[in-house]
Design a protein around this ligand. Structure first.
Ligand code: ASP
Ligand code: MG
Length: 439
């Protein structure tokens, strides 16, 4: 008798009809004599819908309230599935993150699990009950609801599997495994039978949406045997496990792309040691994950400094970045919403053909095609317009051109007037005006 954690993603519980099919699978696993713990996502699109509502109320919604709101999506699916299972005579009970003791830190919207107090689940299993657990949520030490970052139900499942020492953690999703690249872009992509945690982590953090990267990290740390499988068709999926001999022989396992990143560029940064730490420290403190960091060759002791953050964090990050940017004497800050699709597709295609790709990154030229927002550091009075632009940018709007052009033009006029009036000038030709920040 095995202990299995089954996690079903949003599309797998996207309608009542699909919830019936999930119940079929759960019932079957129980009938085969297994002890089953079910973890569910919200219905597909639901978390996005809730997020959109929040952003209609506030440009920068309070994160504690946001978590309270976002955690409701999973309550809907767990209670519906538990009802359905009970109707079939399977003794099932739904539980929120709090009820099953998913304890996290207080980093709202991307909380880290600090402890799993799984007594309640163990107790349910003991009594032959199938626990149906809300993914993606926990509570902090003040009993406030937290969420684990987008795709966080995977993490709930893996964490529970780890805590319960489950024999298997199966992630049921709308694809039948992990592919060498996005099969929607490259039809010749192949399914991978087994992949090492490290490689899976690499792929997940670079944009393969099949598993949340933090869940893979967690699985690797606690050696949780993971399986990615389709909830729609029978058959083999992908095993994610410790590396073995035949995995080592593979040169390139897969190619991924991520369209949900924003690239922030600081133009004209004094090229001094410690600048990166000064700039990124406050960003990290605000719990914003910085992914890639690129610093250009400097010209006349000024350089451009770019880094990427999740698109959804642009609103939160900009005021922080602009403050530091001003402190360290950067000339301007720009945000590019990366649209890395063409490049990824090209790289991916060559892998699918069997040729090797050593490394690939989005080029400047390529990102220029993506919408661009520019901000002048000293234009404080355009706060409202800036907020509007940021909100649109965060929502991924493609028609930002005019707002920004206007912003840019007016900013430029004002900047010019100010410079003329006061002889105020910031730039490489007046290096004495650049504040001497070291860090
Ligand atoms: N419902 C959450 C999301 O959409 C969590 C999950 O699906 O894993 O991100
Ligand atoms: Mg997911």
């Amino acid at each position: 008798m095995a202990l299995i954690v089954q996690k079903y993603g949003g599309t797998s519980v996207g309608s009542i009809e699909r919830i019936h099919r999930v119940a079929d699978r759960v019932e079957q696993a129980v009938k085969e004599g297994n002890r089953v713990v079910v973890v569910l996502s919200a219905m597909s699109g639901e978390t996005d819908r809730l997020l959109k509502l929040a952003h209609e109320v506030a440009a920068l919604p309070d994160e504690r309230e946001l978590d309270m709101l976002l955690s409701t999506g999973e309550r809907v699916t767990i209670s519906l599935l538990a009802m359905e299972l009970r109707g079939r005579g399977v003794d099932a009970r739904s539980f929120t993150g709090r009820q099953v003791g998913i304890i996290t830190d207080s980093a709202h919207t991307k909380a880290r699990i600090t402890r799993v107090a799984a007594e309640r689940i163990l107790d349910a299993l003991e009594r032959g009950v199938v626990p149906v657990v809300a993914g993606f949520q926990g509570i902090n030490e003040h009993s406030d609801v937290t969420t684990l970052g987008r795709g966080g139900s995977d993490l709930t499942a893996v964490a529970l599997a780890g805590a319960l020492k489950a024999d298997r953690c199966v992630i049921f999703t709308d694809v039948d495994g992990v592919y060498t690249t996005d099969p929607n872009i490259v039809p010749t992509a192949r399914r991978i039978d087994k992949i090492a945690y490290e490689e899976m982590l690499e792929m997940a953090s670079l944009g393969a949406k099949v598993l949340q990267s933090r869940s893979v990290e967690f699985a690797a740390k606690y050696n949780v045997p993971l399986e990615v499988n389709s909830s729609f068709k029978e058959g083999k999926g992908t095993l994610v496990k410790r590396e073995d001999a035949d995995m080592e022989a593979v040169a390139v396992s897969g190619i991924t792309g991520d369209r949900n990143q924003a690239k922030i560029t600081l133009v004209g940064v004094p090229d001094k040691p410690g600048i990166a730490a000064r700039l990124l420290g406050p960003v990290a403190k605000a719990n914003i994950l910085v992914d890639m960091i690129i610093q250009n060759v400097s010209h006349e002791s000024l350089t451009d400094f770019s880094f990427t953050i999740p698109r959804v964090d642009v609103n939160k990050a900009m005021p922080i970045i602009q403050d530091t940017a001003k402190d360290i004497g950067a000339k301007s800050v720009s945000v590019t919403l990366t649209g890395c699709h063409p490049l990824t597709a090209r790289a991916a295609r060559s892998t699918a053909d069997g040729s090797e790709v050593d490394s690939a990154a989005a080029s400047e030229e390529h990102c220029r095609r993506a919408p661009r927002v520019r901000f002048d550091l000293r234009a404080r009075r355009r706060a409202a317009a800036r907020r509007r632009a940021l909100r649109a940018a965060a929502a991924g709007a493609r028609h930002l051109g005019r707002v920004h052009q206007d912003l840019d033009r007016r900013a430029a006029q004002r900047r010019l007037a100010r410079r003329r009036g006061r002889g105020h000038h910031v730039g490489p030709d007046r290096p004495d005006r650049v504040p001497q920040g070291g860090g």
